[in-house]
Design a protein around this ligand. Structure first.
Ligand SMILES: [Zn+2]
Ligand SMILES: [Zn+2]
Ligand SMILES: [Zn+2]
Length: 141
């Protein structure tokens, strides 16, 4: 497999080798405007992969600034594609997420910024979840 095309470039920029599974997973992220969990991905992949392989690929995408955590529920963590500004080990996706009460899908609200929060220095903050719940554009229509 060569490194050409947007997905090859994306993986290359973030220091990851292009593999079949990574390519297929990123295609899924690009096709959907909602966040995806490991089980969503397992269900949508054309080839059968075990969940552990998918979890591993997702955490390396997260480490390398390709996807970020969008929400978390009983079904697990849902991830969404990052903006092009995220780099390895450093995410700049400081936007809110919308979780629909009806279809339980998660959307990135890229233009809704998470307000600055002050946390005492006894704690070190790794991530901030700013989630808005309600009815999404699809269910509302
Ligand atoms: Zn990011
Ligand atoms: Zn909905
Ligand atoms: Zn997001």
């Amino acid at each position: 497999m060569d490194n050409k095309g947007p997905i090859g470039d994306l993986l290359h920029t973030h220091g990851l080798k292009k593999t079949f599974i990574r390519t297929e997973m990123l295609e899924l992220f690009m096709e959907h405007d909602v966040a995806l969990s490991a089980s969503d991905i397992v269900a949508k992949m054309t080839a059968r992969h075990d969940r552990v392989t998918i979890y591993r690929a997702l955490s390396s995408f997260e480490e390398h600034g390709i996807v970020h955590r969008a929400s978390e529920d009983r079904q697990g963590i849902k991830y969404a594609m990052c903006s092009s500004h995220c780099v390895n080990e450093s995410h700049t996706d400081k936007h809110a997420h919308f979780v629909c009460d009806e279809c339980h899908q998660t959307y990135c609200l890229e233009d809704v910024e998470v307000p600055e929060v002050e946390v005492s220095n006894e704690f070190s903050v790794h991530r901030i979840n700013y989630t808005i719940g309600g009815v999404c554009k699809v269910c509302k229509a």
